[in-house]
Write a protein that binds this ligand. Sequence first.
Ligand SMILES: [Ca+2]
Ligand SMILES: [Ca+2]
Length: 365
Amino acid sequence: MNIGSLSSATFRHPQRASLQAVEETPGLEQVTLSSGPTPPRVTPDASPAASLVGGPLAGPIVIGHRGASGYLPQHTLAAYELAIKQGADFIEPDLVMTRDRVLITRHENEISLTTDVAARPEFADRKTTRQIDGKPVTGWFTEDFTLAELKSLKVTGAPHDGPEFRIATFEEVLDLVDRTGRKVGLYPETKHPTHFDQLGLSLEEPLVQALRRRGYEGAEAPIFIQSFEVGNLKELNQITDLRLVQLVEAEGYPADSPVPYSQMLTPAGLAEVATYADGIGPWKGQVRGTTLVQDAHSQGLLVHPYTFRAENQYLPPELRGTDPSGLGDLESEVRSYFEAGVDGVFANHPDLAVRARDKFLQARP
Ligand SMILES: [Ca+2]
Ligand SMILES: [Ca+2]
């Protein structure tokens, strides 16, 4: 299928004032930034870079990491919607599965750190210990709950709790993007794919099917599917032409491979990744002061490092403000990565990354 039919199939409601829902989200106006630079005022459809989504890229992309997770609880519809409103080119849902085979958005399949499940007496007997990626994890797992049960939970956690935040399904995220009115891409991550395979809850087929139902097919679609594992990306490469991204941790091994991540980033390792993926998502520390961007580009791989956060503790010392918990100069950090040639960034504060990207493009000869 071509991009024209995708556009008409997927982005067919530009007249809908869909982003009003952000302004109406209870509690959103209570979001405050403790200190540091004030983020720019955002207006709906603020990004001049909407054309960066899909097709040949004219500049680096901004990926709203777990939504605008620097401002709202990660992986909630409100967080994704805020990322869209702030001009993110892509939003990033992490995907796990329920017992009744529904893809939902959570960073972990163990949900006691991001929901109130541990305080719910009716679910006390679901607490268990399970081997996840080779390590014992104790808690409550999405694969033991139906969607209806998970929907009854409150999403908790920094930076902003609220009773209005619920676990979102992937279908709800697709609905959000459909009604947005400008091109916003999706950058879904398969979480713990080997673990879910062992449970008979394979993630990849329902993911590709859900995307196909919305008209997302082929390498021009505004989609990147990402994984820290290797085997499921190779399987995906057999069943879809959607673009795939190999995530790379700072150290260690993929859960399903004896080849360390460090080896993946050598020229030979990158050549192997290029046989099944279209890009890499390295830890940002692997990019600075190395030839990784050039080496990856020479294999035809895009480079989308993670994670860019504005809190001072995550910034280089020279970009920090005086308040340890305040926000520092993320814009300068992001811009330095664009100048180093990266093709996109995962950012918890999409507004600041978009501003850095737009200034970078304006300054470019
Ligand atoms: Ca992720
Ligand atoms: Ca699978």
